[in-house]
Design a protein around this ligand. Structure first.
Ligand SMILES: Nc1ncnc2c1ncn2[C@@H]1O[C@H](COP(=O)(O)OP(=O)(O)OP(=O)(O)O)[C@@H](O)[C@H]1O
Length: 283
């Protein structure tokens, strides 16, 4: 789509969109000089939509995530969340990070209830709400366990439940399943599908896993390798409600192949650049 048409489409959709990134560029000063992490990126996520951003390592995915979360400043362009132009964290947004973020000294129940505790919600009420979301992520029976007694996948589910408990309208997730094996990832994907169906949240997922992106999304945004731009946006034409079975379908395979076709070139550029960097450092 030509840039002018893309801009026009963006302007037309702003009203129904929960997330709008409009002409965003972000540069970082590093010891090796300025790095353009994100270059003139524009896209929007409609209310209730599930969109994934996929791209090779270092293409700027986390930078986009942090900008939307209001955690980064100094970018050019505009970012709109729930109709507001943001200059910091927006109350509609809940974030799930890649790194382990459970509190080791708190039980599952007290981990999930933590945001409500900070808000001053009474113990009985916050525990009741926390139990609801623990159940939603499939961890009932584990309320009194400590994170060290759980698997990595279970700990990530605790982190997701802790974000869901304050009922954010918009959910941002940065590679929440990156450290997990493929089977656990697919099973957790099923959980995320069910949660999304129930809560109908606007969701943006950052990932470098094509299967995960296709399994979960309505649309997948493919980014170019440095500087990060929108290369293509793919509509995922798979029926909803979706279950794990969708992964075995022919249509699923076609979408994966289509996205890999676009991604392969970017991933190769990324790999070539990191090898050249390693050679430079050695010389
Ligand atoms: N705070 C920072 N200071 C300097 N450079 C940064 C900073 N944050 C990101 N960058 C650079 O910007 C580029 C994009 O980084 P970013 O972390 O957004 O990529 P990514 O696609 O999320 O990578 P990965 O998949 O490996 O997490 C990289 O070259 C990175 O080194």
């Amino acid at each position: 789509m030509p840039a002018a048409a893309a801009k026009l489409r963006l302007a037309e959709t702003v009203k129904e969109a929960d997330l709008v990134i409009d002409g965003v560029t972000m540069r970082f000063e590093t010891r090796e000089g300025a790095v353009t992490a994100v270059d003139d990126m524009s896209f929007s996520v409609e209310r209730g939509e599930f969109v994934s951003i996929i791209g090779p390592s270092g293409c700027g995915k986390s930078t986009v995530f942090n900008i939307l979360g209001g955690l980064v400043r100094g970018y050019e362009g505009k970012v709109n969340v729930g109709g507001d132009l943001i200059s910091g964290p927006h109350p509609s947004i809940g974030m799930v990070f890649q790194e382990e973020s459970t509190f080791p000294w708190r039980t599952v129940l007290d981990n999930v209830a933590f945001p409500l505790e900070v808000k001053g919600v009474r113990k009985a009420e916050r525990h009741e709400k926390a139990r609801h979301f623990i159940d939603m992520v499939g961890l009932n029976g584990f309320e009194q366990r400590y994170p060290a007694e759980l698997s990595g996948g279970m700990r990530q589910r605790v982190a997701i439940a802790r974000t869901l408990v304050f009922e954010p309208k918009i959910l941002l997730m940065d590679e929440p399943f990156a450290a997990l094996d493929e089977q656990t990832r697919l099973l957790l994907g099923d959980k995320v599908l069910k949660i999304q169906e129930e809560l109908k949240q606007t969701t943006l997922l950052i990932t470098h896993n094509i299967t995960e992106a296709v399994q979960l999304s309505d649309r997948v945004i493919i980014m170019t390798f440095r500087p990060g731009k929108v290369k293509r946006i793919v509509d995922i034409r798979l029926p909803r409600p979706r279950t794990g079975d969708v992964v075995g379908s022919e249509a699923f395979g076609r979408h994966v192949a289509e996205i890999w076709n676009d991604l392969r070139e970017e991933a190769s550029r990324g790999m070539a650049e990191s090898e050249a960097g390693a050679r430079r450092r050695k010389a």
